[in-house]
Design a protein around this ligand. Structure first.
Ligand code: KG4
Ligand code: ZN
Length: 329
């Protein structure tokens, strides 16, 4: 079994996964969303303190598995340094106590393997990763063979939902709030510009769209519920259209045979429907992670770690460092 730890942002999570058949034997996550909600975003110092409380509590619940653990996996990049550190310190303590090897897992690779929890991996795939920190199109050939085809020039897809929700005073995380609000809104009321629509660049950008929303809000001093719903729907439409346009471009250039969307924002149902339609048109199979595994969790880290374990890809304790930015971007 592999014990995995995730603490890259605002979710404290530990999982135990059986190596032979990928079975998830234990999985628990304590989310800090409520604690950060009043600030409209994650406060790193607060997050780190909450991890220091939550991780030992979860580990206590997983105690019965400790004698059977063959390796300890932990997210060590990318993420908030002070929160990654909490998981890495726990992993190092377990390494010393259990005398089992360490595996450092890239959080983005973890998101990719959220597709394969309790399953064999099916690769190669073109993967769209949409989270709070990243918006990327990746060519994923294998666990340690992936290439970034496109990334964002500024804000990420999920972050733009967080910022729009914050501008309307709606709390954090903004993704689910905006998606819910958009259901009763008129997506045609505000003609927000689709970012980089006329650019040939294979890249994403969300800061211009965010500013367009800000300007629209400034012109609506007495913001009604209807106004907010219309803004949410119009914004979401432009945000998703941007993903679609650039992914179409990537498909033309790289001709994928299989496609998937991962990351916290892949829980968005409008996004899923839009890409399902697009892939059906092109005859490309599409897959998503189960909803419960879209946002940050240790199950995906454990699943990815099995690939490292099979390759003997371990890391010495003194080599295991926290890297706020990913090694491959
Ligand atoms: O993957 P994740 O849990 O954490 C990071 O690695 O960043 O993603 C969290 C992000 C947040 O920005 C959140 O607002 C966004 O995913 N998100 C959504 C939805 N659910 C979560 N964005 C759009 N629509 C959603 N339904
Ligand atoms: Zn994530």
């Amino acid at each position: 079994m592999i014990l995995s730890i995730e603490s890259s942002c605002d979710d404290s999570s530990i999982a135990v996964t059986r190596i032979a058949d990928y079975k998830l034997l234990f999985h628990k996550k304590i989310s800090q969303e409520l604690a950060h909600s009043e600030y409209g975003g994650v406060v790193p110092e607060l997050a780190s303190r909450l991890h220091a409380e939550a991780l030992p509590k979860i580990l206590e619940e997983a105690k019965e598995y400790l004698p059977h653990i063959k390796a300890i996996a932990v997210t060590n990049e990318p993420g908030l340094s002070v929160t990654l550190m909490e998981g890495v310190m726990m992993a190092k303590a377990l390494h010393l106590a259990l005398q089992k090897p360490l595996i450092g897992v890239n959080h983005l690779v973890g998101h990719i393997y959220s597709l394969f929890i309790e399953k064999e991996a099916v690769l190669p795939k073109m993967v769209l990763l949409v989270s709070g920190g990243h918006t990327m199109i990746l060519d994923v050939k294998d666990y340690n063979d992936l290439k970034v085809l496109a990334t964002t020039l500024d804000d990420s897809f999920g972050e733009s939902f967080d910022k729009v929700a914050k501008m309307m005073g709606l709390g954090y995380p903004g993704g689910p709030i905006i998606e819910e609000l958009a259901k009763s809104g008129d997506a045609e009321r505000f003609a927000f510009p689709v970012p980089l629509a006329k650019s040939a660049k294979l890249a994403f950008s969300y800061s211009g769209l965010k500013n367009a929303v800000r300007l629209a809000l400034e012109e609506l001093p007495n913001l009604s519920r209807k106004d907010m719903a219309d803004i949410a729907a119009s914004f979401q439409k432009a945000a998703i259209t941007h993903l679609l346009q650039k992914t179409r471009k990537a498909c033309e250039l790289y001709k994928p045979i299989d496609f998937a969307i991962v990351g916290g924002a892949s829980a968005n149902q409008e996004l899923r429907r839009a890409f399902e339609r697009e892939c059906a048109k092109r005859g490309i199979p599409i897959s998503f992670a189960k909803l419960e595994f879209c946002s940050d969790n240790a199950a995906m880290i454990g699943r990815a770690a099995i690939e490292a374990y099979k390759r003997g890809d371990f890391i010495a304790m003194e080599e295991l460092k926290v890297l706020p930015r990913s090694c491959f971007v």
